[in-house]
Design a protein around this ligand. Structure first.
Ligand SMILES: NC(=O)c1ccc[n+]([C@@H]2O[C@H](COP(=O)([O-])OP(=O)(O)OC[C@H]3O[C@@H](n4cnc5c(N)ncnc54)[C@H](OP(=O)(O)O)[C@@H]3O)[C@@H](O)[C@H]2O)c1
Length: 329
């Protein structure tokens, strides 16, 4: 019997940006051992999706073409593979796929049971789809790397969040304010009020002189910087850090790894720390629950139908999203 077909969006070679995306009909995948088959309700894009298309991880990722991009999504379980214990058809879920498989820009997708969590009715599909990479990265950077306790315990920390209007930054501001923190944030002028509404104590327009210098209006020295922007040199961070201040760099280039190694060698108290996050189901469940409790929200930049996925792709590549870009089949 012929396999049932679905609409998906893929690319067949490195490069090409939005016009490299192709609309195709492919077989609906089949859930294998410990996998669930989902009808996708919403997928979110992350910069890593188009960076992979550009070839930044060539030849490791993507390993094969054609490749269906996007890993973060929310959907409904339509079938379960053997050995699946925690899900049944009809369950609403949030999940993330591996970058090896990809598959999010499609009507159906197969995901691992261990990377899938139940989505309560208080959490919309778009809100859930925004969480995996962006939310977990913000969470790990703040807790594991910067030492902020989200139960509000511990001494107050001064935190700087750069690109606080972006996918990661908007979660980082909200999560930081669950802890005992004073948050300074940077963003463009048009997003200052939004970032304040997420809880930032002071906000700098990154295009002003003080913003470019990352100078806290109240004279704070930062104990940690959650650095979601790019292109800011160590020499700009250093004078703004407390004695043992750390910069958690989410887009570390070769210079950052070299500076980090040199700082370790010289026992520098101020440090730049490269961070690459691999999501976990446990962290995802924690964040979904925060959304359910009304303690965290997903700022949505825009929603695009799957039939116009290239518009969403182009918007992400422009680098001016306010929050998360969502694609809906
Ligand atoms: N290490 C990891 O595991 C990991 C995980 C997730 C993401 N990342 C990386 O982290 C970075 C941020 O990701 P994202 O999803 O948040 O990106 P994003 O949503 O595309 O960020 C866009 C936002 O950044 C703002 N922005 C750009 N340059 C800025 C600057 N110099 N100062 C202040 N704001 C600035 C833009 O504001 P305007 O429109 O006003 O310019 C826009 O609102 C990306 O490079 C991504 O690849 C790394």
């Amino acid at each position: 019997m012929a396999a049932k077909l679905m609409h998906a969006v893929c690319y067949e070679a490195y490069g090409g940006g939005p016009s490299g995306l192709k609309h195709v009909e492919v077989p609906v995948p089949v859930a294998k051992n410990e996998e669930v088959l989902l009808k996708v309700e919403a997928a979110s894009l992350n910069p890593v999706d188009w960076k992979m298309q550009k070839g930044v991880m060539r030849p490791i990722l993507p390993r094969m073409f054609p490749y269906i991009p996007a890993t973060d999504l929310a959907g409904q379980v339509v079938a379960v593979g053997s050995g699946v214990k925690n899900f049944k058809p009809g369950d609403k879920v949030v999940t993330y796929l591996s970058h090896v498989s990809g598959g999010g820009l499609a009507e159906f997708v197969v995901s691992k049971e261990k990377t899938t969590v139940i989505r309560p009715e208080e959490v919309s599909a778009a809100e859930g789809a925004g969480l995996p990479i962006a939310g977990i990265t913000a969470y790990r950077a703040l807790t594991y790397s910067a030492g902020v306790n989200l139960d509000g315990s511990g001494p107050q920390k001064n935190i700087l969040i750069t690109a606080a209007s972006g996918g990661v930054g908007q979660y980082a501001v909200q999560l930081a304010k669950l802890g005992n923190t004073h948050v300074t944030a940077t963003c463009g002028a048009r997003n200052i009020e939004l970032v304040k509404s997420l809880g930032a104590d002071e906000v700098l327009d990154y295009k002003t002189t003080d913003g470019a210098a990352l100078r806290s209006p109240s004279g704070k020295k930062y104990d940690a910087v959650i650095h979601c922007a790019t292109g800011i040199p160590w020499s700009t961070f250093k004078p703004n850090l407390s004695v043992t201040g750390k910069v958690i760099d989410l887009t570390p280039g070769p210079n950052v790894w070299l500076t980090c190694a040199a700082q370790k060698f010289t026992f520098s108290k101020k440090q730049i720390v490269p961070l690459v996050v691999f999501p976990s189901g446990e962290d995802l469940a924690y964040l979904v629950n925060l959304v359910k409790e009304g303690k965290l929200k997903t700022v949505i930049d825009s929603k695009h139908p799957l039939s116009k996925a290239e518009d969403a792709w182009g918007k992400s590549m422009d680098g001016h999203a306010t929050g998360k870009i969502i694609v809906e089949p």
